[in-house]
Design a protein around this ligand. Structure first.
Ligand code: CA
Ligand code: CA
Length: 368
């Protein structure tokens, strides 16, 4: 990794935050359905949240997540001054809890519930479970004396609900509606999909292709079902998506993180710090869900550094949609791990955030 120093701070408008009070956590490990490829779509509940572990644990005070130092996010925050200002992450999940404006540990904008087809204001954001708030926390929690620090603490979260119920599952229609709400929202820059399925549903595929076409960056979890399910995981397996494997603090990918030639990168995901609903206290949140959220936070840092636009550079393969360009800069900024060169477990390797910033500077991003 190399370091650069920067003096900057361009003021940008942003939305206000909010947060909540209370407790409660559940651990839902849903199996990936080995989708009937080529056959008719499975009925209603075909999409599952991508969470292996959700540790309620005890409150441990303010501290950075291990992953921040492991991949240099702390350096990018403190030395480069890049924190995700101006970026918006649409979290397609169980929702993001925000019942109290007295605890301001997430910047939350207005949202949408694809299950009941209603929109809601920033102040009335809610979580149908726990998974979405955990995910949002990994990506964008702020310091507030109560919670931890996310990868992009200045980014704004937009909640678009696709999962619910005791096992945090959803319908294909609900998922498609939730993705469309994100892509139709011009303020949204990044779509986080911490969910997994073995079924390549054409409507989901098309929605994601359209999201990429209109300039959104799409990030998805590799899945937590290895080796029980060894096929391609969707939506992570789509070309327009950055697929993220679950890195542990010992530098290895977790055993249940799904593998395949569609995996792009490994990022901290095991026992990372997320937020729990109701009190927004920090919890250990793990799985490829957290790893995807970590990279969505890095996407927000990228857009902060690039003032919202990743420049094209065909000589290093940074071409195509903004989502494709993001995938490519992530690949370029990954440190090889596991088997030499690209491999199906780590993809192109372990993300290095300072290296990514150096690459963005070389590409001409104005703020690094
Ligand atoms: Ca990909
Ligand atoms: Ca490798």
């Amino acid at each position: 990794m190399t370091n650069t120093t920067h003096t900057r701070r361009r003021p940008r408008r942003r939305t206000i935050i909010v947060a909540a009070l209370v407790l409660g956590l559940l651990a839902a490990l849903a199996p990936v359905p080995a989708g009937p490829a080529g056959a008719s779509a499975p009925g209603s509940y075909g999409v599952y949240e991508s969470t292996a572990e959700f540790y309620s644990g005890s409150w441990t005070g303010e501290a950075r997540d291990w992953g921040h130092s492991y991949v240099g996010v702390d350096h990018v925050h403190t030395v480069d001054g890049i924190t995700g200002v101006g970026a918006q992450i649409c979290v397609v999940d169980t929702g993001v809890d925000n019942v109290s404006s007295s605890v301001r540990d997430l910047n939350i904008g207005s949202g949408y519930d694809g299950i009941s087809d209603v929109t809601f204001s920033a102040g009335s954001s809610y979580d149908r479970g726990t998974h979405g708030t955990g995910t949002a926390g990994v990506a964008a929690a702020k310091w507030n004396g109560r919670a931890g620090l996310g990868v992009a603490p200045s980014a704004t979260v937009r909640s678009s609900i696709a999962l619910g119920g005791p096992t945090a599952t959803g319908t294909w229609n609900g998922l498609v509606d939730a993705i469309y709400w994100c892509l139709n929202n011009s303020s949204v820059d990044i779509i986080n999909l911490s969910l997994q399925s073995g079924f390549d549903h054409p409507n989901v595929r098309n929605a994601i292709a359209y999201a990429a076409q209109v300039g959104k960056i799409i990030v998805a979890s590799a899945g937590n079902a290895w080796p029980a399910y060894s096929g391609t995981v969707y939506p992570a397996g789509y070309n327009n998506v950055t697929a993220v494997a679950n890195l542990q603090s010992n530098g290895t990918v977790r055993g249940n993180s799904n593998r395949g030639n569609w995996v792009d990168v490994a990022a901290p995901g095991h026992l990372t710090y997320g937020l729990r609903p109701n009190d927004h206290r920090r919890v250990r949140f793990g799985g490829t869900s957290a790893a995807a959220a970590f990279v969505s936070g890095i996407a927000a840092l990228t857009l902060d550094a690039c003032n919202g636009w990743i420049p094209h550079n065909s000589s290093v393969g940074v071409t195509g949609t903004q989502s494709n360009r993001f995938t490519q800069v992530v690949r370029l900024a990954s440190v090889d791990a596991g088997a030499p060169g690209f491999d199906t477990t780590y993809g192109h390797g372990i993300i290095s955030t300072p290296w990514l910033m150096d690459i963005l500077g070389t590409l001409g991003c104005p703020d690094v």
